[in-house]
Design a protein around this ligand. Structure first.
Ligand code: CDP
Length: 221
């Protein structure tokens, strides 16, 4: 019988989800699905076309016109690799408002579930363990203090040569945490059966090892 393995990772902005998910994907031969990038892609195109989150009709037409798939950890949007563009602070500042629209979520959750039916996946986001992969055998909830998360983001941008202000990043993170955890539909919350890991004082390697050990100990390979 084919082994079905799916891993859900949720948590607030900058907790290290995507870095860790990519390593786990390689280790266990899973497809990495970055659901945040999908919400960011919608935000990128909506902002380019001056579509506000409240302009539902145009927004949903736009979402329906987007073709999204993943290749080598990157999101390909209508044949274009937009992974770098969607990480820009202007997208981060707006994404939570688009992600709070229930019909946008409905459409992206549908696409994410289709992907998980086709492939063994590790998926990261805000509602993976609670909604998208509710039956996933492995669920993790990754946290870290807001200050630690902002300082990690700050370093990432500096390494890429993008000028950012630490205080602004911290504000953005706190604001997104608030919107993501207070929205009406599928707010960020830890699934009851998720393992919580606070990565504030742990290296990436330690977090990956903890997760990998847990997966291996519960998988008959
Ligand atoms: O990388 P970072 O943690 O900053 O965020 P992300 O994973 O790229 O997600 C960007 C935003 O998309 C989040 O702040 C949420 O507003 C939204 N999102 C969501 O609502 N549901 C998901 N499954 C993933 C992201």
């Amino acid at each position: 019988m084919e082994l079905r393995l799916s891993v859900a990772i949720d948590g607030p902005a900058g907790a290290g989800k995507s870095t860790i998910a990519k390593i786990l994907a390689k280790r266990f031969n899973l497809m990495y699905i970055n659901t945040g990038a999908m919400y960011r892609a919608v935000t990128l195109r909506a902002m380019e076309e001056n579509i506000a989150p409240e302009d539902k009709e145009r927004l949903l037409d736009l979402v329906d016109s987007l073709d999204m798939h993943f290749k080598n950890d990157d999101l390909i949007l209508n044949n274009e690799n937009i992974s770098e563009q969607v990480c820009m602070p202007s997208i981060s500042n707006n994404v939570s408002n688009y992600a709070a629209i229930p019909e946008v979520r409905e459409r992206l959750v549908y696409l994410q579930q289709k992907m998980s039916e086709k492939y063994n996946v590790v998926m990261d986001g805000r509602d993976i363990g609670t909604v998208v992969l509710k039956d996933a055998p492995f669920k993790f909830y990754l946290t870290a203090s807001a200050e630690e998360r902002a300082s990690r983001r700050y370093k990432e941008f500096c390494e890429k040569g993008i000028e950012v202000n630490y205080e602004e990043l911290l504000e953005d993170i706190k604001r997104r945490d608030y919107i993501d955890s207070h929205r009406e539909v599928n707010p960020l919350t830890k699934a009851e059966d998720a393992i919580e890991i606070d990565s504030s004082n742990l290296t990436i390697e330690r977090v990956v090892d903890k997760m990998a050990d847990y997966i291996i100990s519960r998988t008959k390979l």
